[in-house]
Design a protein around this ligand. Structure first.
Ligand code: ATP
Ligand code: MG
Length: 262
């Protein structure tokens, strides 16, 4: 929601009106008939510059931005779409040059109530934050910044590296402190799997999560080098990434080491 409002603000350099609305709707048979049923809708509308069709088409692409370098990561809307999809929802964009923009996030309505559990009933959910130290490695500094920001808000200490060599130097210097390496797969000089192998050779206790925008990087292509490491596709909804990190740190992922036997 903050990102939607910031996008609207950025589209109105001379000021304007931003309208935020929530409502419940029931989508019946229509042109978007794959999304039928009751939804909760959040809409953010502005009367700013609007977007031409070729920009509208690309707004959900990770890293797509029309903002100057350093001002936009291009991850805002792709993360919103990933979060909505993760909950079974979807996002629509209606925008015209000079005519403003309306972005609507839809979440499916859930049957039943969400009464808080009775006191005394054991709660099965686990915390998603922690106080361990995580080493984040990605050759795109802006990605490192975004991920580091998220991890810090979850309570973790974060060390950043923008190359595999920098990550290895950090492990040599501070390895005992580092609980987890979160690394991109495709990087110049060395890929994430090679980095993971080197890091775990130096410090076998360091857990590893690999991440890539390409789902293939988590399976077929690099399978031979694929050690017992977790993989998550970018951009990942923040809560999913937070959950995976906690589970890996707590050994709750049920990794089957036999997968590694050839
Ligand atoms: N309300 C809007 N009005 C006009 N253009 C918009 C609006 N919302 C998004 N856009 C366009 O979509 C692009 C992608 O938006 P997104 O939120 O994903 O990334 P960003 O805003 O560029 O970067 P970040 O969110 O990291 O600051 C923007 O760069 C802009 O061109
Ligand atoms: Mg944005």
């Amino acid at each position: 929601m903050t990102n939607l409002v910031l996008n609207s603000r950025d589209a109105m350099p001379n000021g304007g009106t931003i309208t935020i609305k929530t409502d419940s709707i029931v989508l019946r048979e229509n042109k978007a008939s794959r999304n039928l049923g009751p939804y909760v809708r959040l809409s953010v509308t502005d009367d700013g510059n609007g977007m031409p069709p070729d920009v509208v088409e690309r707004v959900f692409e990770p890293f797509f931005t029309t903002k100057p370098v350093g001002e936009g990561t291009g991850l805002g809307l792709s993360a919103i779409l990933a979060d909505a999809k993760n909950a079974g929802g979807f996002v629509t964009v209606d925008s015209h040059v000079g005519g403003g923009t309306e972005i609507c996030v839809h979440w499916p309505q859930v049957e039943g109530t969400t009464e808080p559990a009775d006191a005394g009933v054991e709660c099965v959910s686990h915390p998603t934050g922690g106080d361990e130290t995580i080493l984040v490695c990605d050759d795109e500094a802006v990605v490192v910044d975004v991920v580091a920001g998220l991890l810090k808000t979850l309570g973790y200490s974060v060390i950043c590296a923008t190359s595999p060599n920098e990550a290895i130097e950090t492990v040599v210097a501070h390895g005992a402190r580092i609980s987890l390496l979160l690394t991109d797969v495709m990087m110049p000089d060395m890929n994430g799997y090679e980095l993971a192998a080197e890091v775990t050779r130096l410090h076998p206790d360091i857990r590893v999560i690999l991440t890539s925008g390409n789902a293939q990087d988590g399976s077929a292509g690099l399978a031979d080098m694929n050690g017992p490491f977790e993989f998550i596709q970018k951009p990942a909804p923040h809560d999913v990434l937070a959950r995976l990190i906690r589970d890996v740190l707590d050994d709750r992922t049920g990794i089957d080491l036999s997968l590694n036997v050839r």
